[in-house]
Design a protein around this ligand. Structure first.
Ligand code: ARG
Length: 469
């Protein structure tokens, strides 16, 4: 059979031979080693150099030494200033009215396009205010928590993060922040009209900040409690086969059949619910035979849970791979932390244009027919329109509205066997949404045969009907 379904869980992810990063470096390093030829008329220049060398002693040498000493001193000074007097993170909860915007019902839904776009605009404005100001130490980022209605317009609740020398006090920094804000409101042309008297700023500790962000979804935290920026993952891609770092994909789970090990990936969407693919349960749909683990390695797992319930889409068709979606409920909840976190479910209206950057993660094999990987891997792929994916030379009409293609037409980077059920995620203002579930593909990473994913937006209401989420 040509297409991967549940019973041939064993045949994918190929990466044709290509130049690896380190090989490219070698090529570059080798270039300066071309044979060097000297022309005879270059010899007299050596004499000249010798005469110049005498010129260095002794005054120049003394001056030179002095300069070195001075530079070293200054460097040490700078280093001490920035490193020894170490910086500390300071968090604030800010609230203010915006008077030139009318409230929209969808601002109440955090995954709605309206909330996302407005929050993004507010966050951009905050970085415009604080980034360029010299008075305020180092602005890290801001994060809109809530947009609520107000008789003047809308009310914004936002977390602001700064880094300051640890010797500074939260109250003193608060003054500086307020001054910077009031100044820029006066001089800068800003898209939103902030009602100054309504502005309030409360220092919060890192625990409160984490609670504010952690009760949310799709946020990745570093061990130092700063949200991980999107770039940290993009830099680390090597031919789509880089091992993920701890906490980078905190919603990833491994679904294992007791006695047979890892079978599929799955994604944490609440403290107890996992989203996965229906075909993962083709061999066995008895929840007592399954466990789920969390963490970046399969052995040892960070957390282990038994599965209490499995819900397979009523209309799943094994032959056409249609409605390849399922839910698994854990018997006991997992607590969210920096390394275990739920992903956001997208609004059913969320649309990704072709060529949108998305990430797929999993413990699947990295070559056709290869073994499961103990360490979690990630790959950046791009969405491919269904019109292209249904072309005769691609999947020839097999892509239904409930499917989403992602990968590259030239192949090379793809999900593979064992990644099934795992997430395809999309980053929006450092908040991650699950847009696809690894479902099928013809072999792995072949040209014109991208990965096919279950289109999550299409099943948003089905998920709600089963879980209440
Ligand atoms: N069916 C496979 C599995 O059970 C996943 C297929 C994904 N294939 C791909 N080329 N993207 O693990």
């Amino acid at each position: 059979m040509m297409y991967a379904t549940a019973d041939n869980l064993t045949n994918e992810r190929a990466l044709p031979k290509t130049l690896h990063c380190h090989q490219l470096n070698e090529v570059r390093l080798l270039q300066p080693l071309r044979p060097v030829e000297f022309a005879e008329d270059e010899y007299p220049r050596i004499e000249y150099h010798r005469r110049q060398q005498q010129f260095w002693d002794p005054i120049r040498l003394a001056l030179f030494t002095l300069a070195i000493v001075a530079i070293t001193g200054i460097t040490i000074g700078i280093v001490t200033h920035f490193v020894v007097e170490d910086d500390k993170s300071f968090y604030y909860l800010a609230s203010f009215q915006v008077t030139n915007i009318k409230y929209k019902e969808n601002y109440g839904i955090r995954s709605s396009r309206e909330f996302i776009e407005r929050s993004h605009q507010i966050e951009r404005m905050m970085s415009r205010i604080f980034r360029r100001s010299s008075g305020v130490g180092r602005f890290i980022k801001s994060h809109v928590i809530k947009i609520s209605p107000d008789e003047q317009g809308i009310n914004i609740l936002i977390v602001l993060m700064f880094r300051y020398p640890s010797t500074d006090s939260a109250e003193r920094i608060k003054k500086k922040i307020e001054r910077t804000l009031y100044q820029s409101l006066k001089i800068k042309q800003l898209p939103l009209t902030i009602n100054i008297p309504s502005f309030s700023l409360t220092p919060i500790d890192s625990k409160k900040m984490r609670n504010l962000l952690n009760s949310r979804c799709g946020i990745r935290m570093s061990s130092s409690n700063i949200p991980l920026p999107a770039s940290s993952s993009t830099e680390r891609i090597v031919q789509g086969r880089e091992t993920a770092m701890e906490g980078e994909w905190p919603w990833q789970a491994s679904l294992q059949l007791i006695g047979a090990g890892h079978q599929c990936g799955a994604t944490l969407i609440s403290n107890t619910w996992l989203l996965t693919a229906a075909h993962c349960f083709w061999k066995n749909r008895d929840p007592s035979k399954w466990i789920a683990t969390f963490g970046t390695t399969i052995t040892p797992p960070l957390i282990k849970r038994s599965v209490g319930k499995i819900i397979i889409h009523e209309e799943y068709h094994r032959d056409s791979n249609e409605n390849d979606i399922a839910l698994a409920q854990l018997t006991t909840r997992v607590e969210f932390s920096n390394v275990v976190q739920r992903v956001c479910l997208p609004d059913s209206s969320m649309k990704l244009p072709p060529k949108t950057s998305v990430f797929v993660t999993g413990f699947g094999s990295i070559v056709d027919d290869g073994p499961t990987q103990n360490k979690l891997r990630q790959a950046r792929v791009e969405t491919i329109g269904s019109d292209v994916c249904n072309r005769k030379d691609v999947y020839d009409g097999l892509i239904t509205p409930g499917m989403l293609c992602a990968g590259f037409m030239e192949g090379k980077i793809d999900a593979c066997k064992g990644d099934s059920g795992g997430p395809l995620v999309y980053d929006n203002r450092d908040i991650w949404y699950i847009v696809g579930i690894v479902s099928w593909g013809q072999s792995c990473a072949l040209p014109n045969k991208p990965g096919v994913y279950t289109r999550v937006t299409k099943y948003r209401d089905w998920i709600t009907s089963k879980t209440g989420l």
